[in-house]
Ligand binder design. Structure first.
Ligand SMILES: *[C@@H]1O[C@H](CO)[C@@H](O)[C@H](O)[C@H]1NC(C)=O
Ligand SMILES: *[C@@H]1O[C@H](CO)[C@@H](O)[C@H](O)[C@H]1NC(C)=O
Ligand SMILES: *[C@@H]1O[C@H](CO)[C@@H](O)[C@H](O)[C@H]1NC(C)=O
Ligand SMILES: *[C@@H]1O[C@H](CO)[C@@H](O)[C@H](O)[C@H]1NC(C)=O
Ligand SMILES: *[C@@H]1O[C@H](CO)[C@@H](O)[C@H](O)[C@H]1NC(C)=O
Length: 434
């Protein structure tokens, strides 16, 4: 009899506890995220927060309503500019506007390699005594150098500030992502960039793993082969992951670091230059007109993702005082101009499958990352190759930052508790196809 009562009392108190927990969850403000997720990208960078209770991820607006900011930092008489603000003045301050810093972070170069790479940039590169690259800038009549991790830390600080603004609390902890191919040094220097920005870097995860997390693959039971295809502005990266119960193993990587959105734009520019020569009887060489054409071509390309046909219209000052160039392009024309490049996307896909000796049917999930995977023809070729549609429910430009933020939330111990991603160290070596 007495044991029965104890049991009931115990039962009631457990119920009360559960009820308190339920009420707390329902009526108390949810805990604020303790750790943020940052995707420090080659061309764009973004910051995200994982919300307990709802399990949702917010990617924050960082500049003028933009979620991601260009990974560009400029040094000028007016101080240091970041993101869109740095990009806006790039043409007038090319020597002190640094972009692509991620290509140099934690990486040793030989003198010959550096000479070769220097040709692609308007800012000055030099090697320090350890063979690491630094940028030479000249502001306020003095020459100074900044390292790739300095540039990274300035971008991270900007992202940190927008997170602090959004949360109204100081942010001190971060999880970051890096390309799967990054070695220990590159990871170390990426971490250093975070530390220089005043953040404690809790963990560094691979970008393809982050993309898989964005799709919730850490919660899927059983064993899966996942292919992550990342086609950005200038590079293509393909990796095969083995995912099992929150454990991520990179089996193989392949890529082409000279294939991406910029190459598709270049084909369009060449096409319109031909049209312009025919129409006005002279070649377009004026720098500002070319810059304007480049800008309009990017816009045209983006619109051809949703529209079957789109107009282009811009003034060409070098062709005459009142010259407005007007033309149109259909999606089919755009595809015809680029089809050989689009087909090149399949090369590293075939290579990684070969490397791990898996047939294409063995891939359970195909995940697309990077803005250029929005191009309908690229998706179509991938779908045809795998004979099933790729997963595109997460915005391909945000998949990495969403995944890093989820990982940050899980490590931060946010409720509901979920399995965190654990990565086996990468053994695979990247196959480079150029
Ligand atoms: C250049 O000097 C001005 C005036 O002293 C200062 O405000 C600015 O921050 C300096 N620029 C850099 C990049 O240090
Ligand atoms: C920019 O750098 C180039 C080459 O390094 C140099 O010739 C040029 O004078 C520099 N321009 C300015 C404004 O400092
Ligand atoms: C924080 O960011 C989210 C997502 O962009 C937005 O909905 C919210 O209004 C922001 N809050 C503040 C205080 O800026
Ligand atoms: C990476 O950083 C740690 C701690 O800062 C250091 O002990 C280690 O030697 C570094 N490794 C490399 C390869 O730079
Ligand atoms: C991805 O797409 C495949 C094929 O359409 C589907 O079976 C799978 O459930 C999707 N997975 C996710 C995580 O969306």
């Amino acid at each position: 009899m007495s044991s029965n009562i104890t049991c009931i009392i115990l039962g009631t108190s457990i119920l009360a506890l559960l009820l308190a927990g339920y009420l707390a969850q329902k009526y108390l403000p949810p805990p604020k995220p303790k750790i943020v997720g940052i995707d420090l990208g080659t061309t764009y960078s973004c910051v995200g927060l994982y919300h307990a209770v709802t399990g949702e991820v917010d990617i924050l607006d960082t500049q003028d309503g933009h979620k991601c900011i260009p990974s560009v930092v400029a040094f000028s008489e007016n101080g240091i500019l970041v993101g869109y603000h740095a990009e806006a003045q790039a043409e007038h301050n090319p020597n002190n506007t640094i972009y692509d810093a991620k290509r140099f972070i934690g990486k040793k170069f030989s003198k010959e390699e550096l000479q070769h790479v220097q040709k692609q940039y308007s800012f000055k590169l030099e090697l320090d005594e350890y063979g690491m690259v630094r940028f030479v800038i000249s502001v306020n009549k003095t020459e100074k150098y900044v390292t790739p991790e300095d540039v990274g830390s300035i971008i991270i600080s900007t992202l940190r500030k927008s997170a602090e603004h959004n949360l109204s609390t100081p942010v001190t902890k971060v999880v970051m992502s890096v390309p799967a191919e990054f070695d220990i040094m590159q990871r170390n220097y990426t971490k250093k960039a975070g530390t220089l920005a005043g953040l404690e870097v809790f963990r560094i995860i691979n970008e393809p793993t982050a993309a898989a997390l964005a799709y919730g693959l850490h919660r899927v039971l059983g064993f899966q082969n996942v292919m992550v295809i990342d086609l950005g502005g200038g590079t293509l990266d393909v990796s095969i992951l083995n995912v099992q119960g929150g454990m991520f193993l990179t089996l193989a990587m392949a890529g082409n670091n000279r294939l991406g959105g910029q190459d598709f734009n270049q084909r369009l520019i060449q096409h319109f230059q031909g049209v312009i020569t025919q129409k006005y009887g002279k070649t377009l060489t004026d720098r500002e007109d070319l810059q304007s054409l480049r800008h309009h071509v990017e816009n045209l390309k983006l619109h051809l993702t949703t529209y079957e046909s789109f107009d282009i219209q811009l003034p060409l000052y070098s062709m005459g005082t009142h010259v407005i160039f007007k033309d149109k392009m259909t999606r089919t024309q755009f595809e015809d101009l680029n089809i050989d490049l689009f087909k090149k996307v399949l090369e590293p896909i075939e290579k990684v499958l070969e490397a791990v000796q898996l047939p294409r049917e063995a891939i359970d999930e195909v995940i697309l990352v990077g803005g250029s995977t929005r191009i309908p023809k690229v998706r179509e070729l991938i779908q045809y190759f795998f004979n099933k549609p790729p997963n595109v429910s997460v915005d391909p430009e945000l998949a990495v930052v969403v995944g890093v933020s989820i990982q940050a939330g899980i490590i931060g111990g946010m409720w509901p508790l979920t399995v965190s991603a654990v990565e086996a160290p990468v053994q695979a070596k990247k196959i480079q196809l150029n």
